[in-house]
Design a binder for this molecule. Structure first.
Ligand code: FAD
Length: 408
């Protein structure tokens, strides 16, 4: 009987295992993960306003794995893949044969150059264990410093302020979210953080980071020192590719896969944060996404293709972030956009449409309270999928329903 093995029991790996069963696969499924906890969702780790440390939000109860005959091996790291014998090896030395293999090894938080692991006061955030340690320090009277004004750093800043801790965010670039969103949205989010009392410092070069006594101290090139009870290093993530590299799989900003999530070696697939793939919607441009929805979509696609469906990636990239009561969403890839059209909605919410030089809608990003922008971003996604060239005056006018542009 066919044996499908999935390495990486996170968002993508767990969803792929269930998707295989939903699609009728009745062979053996083994899902292997390094972490001690059953697969859980990562987005809540940096968010939330309550005082308790985050309880893991499990993707499924353990009984469901048993009911679906998914052999879940936790606290187990795969150390080798031998494509010639179609076996994987574990750190304890045992091996396991596979018919098809799916790599969903995710990504790891990037550390400061030259740093060797995390310490008690200098931490990163990727796992539930990281979150428990961080959240324990989010109290009034505590000072949290955060290196990096990216999504995770800013979300943790919002959570820390909501819980009464003092917060300083240190960003090297001239503004926060430089790689993620356009300036107008970064300005709106920065203004809100400042209103809430967070100290956001952009354009700051760091000279050294050290633990001094019971403090974490960040020395800036301008001579200033920021002393905190705890420091979060939030400078992005890097794909976990060592296993794939040792097995001889082609890498290109992650494990390189084609539009069917096939790697360079037969019967080995990769999906989620660990892989880069071509997006036909953007002329075959190769991207790697670190996004919850991408992990879901690719889990389903990988399962379909392991069963021989030959389906291709077609989804529009989509990402969201929650900070205070604001939600920010981005659909599509905005990098090649030359024109921004702004649509103002009620209560300060707004959307920016990113168009190419030829007028094609490439991306849309927006910010607003709660779900203020959700509907328009969803419709923008449909326009992006349709490769639409929408009328710019109509895009800007909130009185014109985006649905009518879709029909046009
Ligand atoms: C704090 C935080 C907040 C986030 N918030 C958002 C958000 O608001 N919106 C959004 O769209 N996305 C968000 N994300 C991103 C989203 O969670 C990821 O895109 C998603 O988890 C990717 O799923 P994955 O399965 O590819 O990787 P992961 O969830 O990283 O899972 C990979 C798993 O593989 C395991 N593994 C790796 N190597 C091996 C090995 N050799 N053997 C066995 N196991 C192995 C790892 O331990 C890990 O458990 C957030 C991420 C974090 C960390």
């Amino acid at each position: 009987m066919a044996h499908f093995v999935i390495v990486g029991a996170g968002e993508c790996g767990a969803r792929a295992a269930f998707a295989l069963r939903e699609k009728g696969f009745d062979g053996d499924i083994t899902l292997v993960g390094s972490e001690p906890l059953a697969p859980y969702e990562r987005p809540p780790l940096s968010k939330g306003g309550s005082n308790a440390a985050p309880e893991p939000k499990f993707i499924a109860a353990l009984e469901r794995y048993r009911e679906q005959s998914i052999d879940l091996k936790l606290d187990t790291t795969v150390t080798t893949i031998d494509p010639a014998t179609k076996t994987i090896g574990f750190s304890e030395g045992q091996t396991l044969a596979y018919g098809k293999l799916l790599l969903t090894t995710g990504a790891s938080a990037r550390n400061l150059p030259g740093a060797n692991g995390a310490s008690h006061r200098i931490r990163m955030l990727r796992t539930h264990a990281d979150a428990v340690a961080l959240h324990a320090a989010l109290h009034p009277g505590r000072h949290i410093a955060i290196i990096g004004g990216g999504f995770i750093g800013l979300e943790l800043a919002a959570t820390a302020r909501t819980r009464g801790a003092d917060v300083t965010v240190i960003e090297g670039l001239p503004r926060v979210l430089k790689r993620g969103v356009p300036e107008a949205i970064a300005e709106a989010i920065t203004a809100r953080h400042r209103l809430e009392g967070a100290d956001i410092r952009c354009g700051q070069a760091i000279e050294a980071v050290r633990e001094e006594g019971n403090r974490a101290v960040v020395r800036l090139v301008n001579g200033e020192a920021i002393s905190a009870d705890l420091l979060l290093v939030g400078i992005g993530a890097q794909p976990n590719v060592a296993l794939a590299a040792d097995a001889g799989l082609t890498l290109d900003n992650g494990i390189a896969v084609n539009e069917r999530l096939e790697t360079s070696i037969a019967d080995i697939y990769a999906a989620g944060d660990c892989c880069s793939f071509p997006l036909a919607l953007y002329g075959g441009r190769r991207v790697r996404l670190e996004s919850w929805r991408n992990a879901h979509e690719q889990a389903n696609l990988a399962a379909a293709n392991m069963l021989g469906e030959g389906a291709e990636i077609s989804a529009v990239p989509w990402f969201w972030s929650d900070q205070y009561d604001l939600t920010l969403q981005i659909a599509g890839l905005a990098d090649d956009a030359t024109v921004h059209v702004r649509r103002d909605l009620d209560d300060g919410a707004f959307i920016l449409f990113h168009l190419g030089a030829d007028g094609r809608l490439l991306a849309a990003s927006g910010i607003g309270r709660g779900n203020a922008i959700a509907r328009d971003i969803r419709l923008a996604e449909m326009l992006i999928t349709a490769r639409a060239y929408p009328d710019q005056t109509a895009l800007a006018a909130s009185s014109v329903k985006l649905k009518s542009l879709l029909a046009a």
